[in-house]
Write a protein that binds this ligand. Structure first.
Ligand SMILES: NC(=O)c1ccc[n+]([C@@H]2O[C@H](COP(=O)([O-])OP(=O)(O)OC[C@H]3O[C@@H](n4cnc5c(N)ncnc54)[C@H](O)[C@@H]3O)[C@@H](O)[C@H]2O)c1
Length: 261
């Protein structure tokens, strides 16, 4: 049986940990050649090693995605080595919640650079490549904070909403070139980044899980599975969507509620 991403050349950013790591492993298991990006060389190298141990194909791709020249150089390298780039997954990002009035101007720019500008740098670098080769897939990891309000994540949420808007516009503008662009909006996924936050209070993980309609935190693999589907030809007519992978959090009306039972 042919694998879902057989022979596809994929670049995943922030793939040394969490969602990116799980996606790199999953894409490789599904047959892709995965360029594993992170600015943390050690963690990215360990993911490359793991993929190779499993018999998959991976390359180390260290770069800071907030540096446009570094992103361009990375895309140029992939194309020089492979002749094409089929899937760009803009996944690097994040922010620990903090009261908005405590966020200084420098931090504001840093948060937006990581959670919005980086996606544009990737898009800007891959569009000419994908137009030349007659198609491609761009995915971005947004957040529930980009759909609804989350206290302490105002700037991050604004950047992630911008990222989703960017993906929708690219989908509309470049669909005729065979390019699809989609956004994944994770709920609370049990990754090192979320654990850092949950560990700031006793029973943080249980408190979070009790507020998720399906009754558990998500896993990085939950996002990886959705990303592998969206990257594949099975999703050939899906473009411009924001897919919540969040255990029904976004579906719940944010209104005061009394227990029903
Ligand atoms: N975990 C969640 O609950 C959750 C929820 C919503 C959205 N997200 C989003 O999912 C994505 C992945 O988050 P995660 O939870 O897996 O985080 P994580 O911290 O486990 O992994 C993020 C990775 O990105 C890398 N990275 C950070 N800045 C970088 C940069 N400038 N250049 C290259 N690499 C960089 C880090 O080194 C790390 O390996 C982020 O965009 C985050 O905003 C996560």
């Amino acid at each position: 049986m042919s694998k879902r991403l057989n022979g596809k050349i994929a670049l995943i950013t922030g793939a040394g940990s969490g969602i990116g790591r799980a996606s790199a492993l999953r894409f490789a298991q599904d047959g892709a050649v995965v360029y594993v990006n992170d600015y943390d060389a050690g963690s990215a190298a360990s993911v490359v090693a793991l993929i190779r141990e499993e018999g998959g194909a991976a390359e180390l791709a260290v770069a800071d995605v907030t540096d446009p020249a570094a992103v361009q150089a990375l895309v140029d390298r992939v194309v020089a080595e492979r002749g094409r780039l089929d899937v760009l997954f803009n996944n690097a990002g994040g922010q620990q919640p903090r009261p908005t009035h405590e966020i200084g101007i420098e931090d504001y720019h840093r948060i937006v650079a990581l959670n919005l500008h980086s996606a544009f740098y990737g898009v800007h670098a891959v569009l000419p490549v994908m137009m030349r080769q007659g198609g491609g897939v761009i995915l971005s990891t947004s957040s529930g904070a980009g759909i609804g309000a989350v206290e302490g994540l105002a700037i991050y949420g604004a950047a992630k909403a911008g990222m989703a808007s960017l993906m929708g516009s690219i989908a509309a503008e470049y669909g005729r070139h065979g390019i699809r662009a989609n956004t994944i909006s994770p709920g609370p996924m049990d990754t090192p980044a979320l654990r850092t936050y949950l560990n700031t209070v006793p029973d943080g993980a249980a408190i979070f899980a009790s507020q998720v309609p399906v009754g558990r935190l998500g896993t990085a693999q939950d996002i990886a599975a959705a990303a592998a589907f969206l990257a594949s030809d099975d999703a050939a007519f899906i473009s411009g969507v924001v897919l919540p992978v969040d255990g029904a959090i976004h579906a719940r009306l944010a209104s005061p509620q009394l227990p029903t039972r």
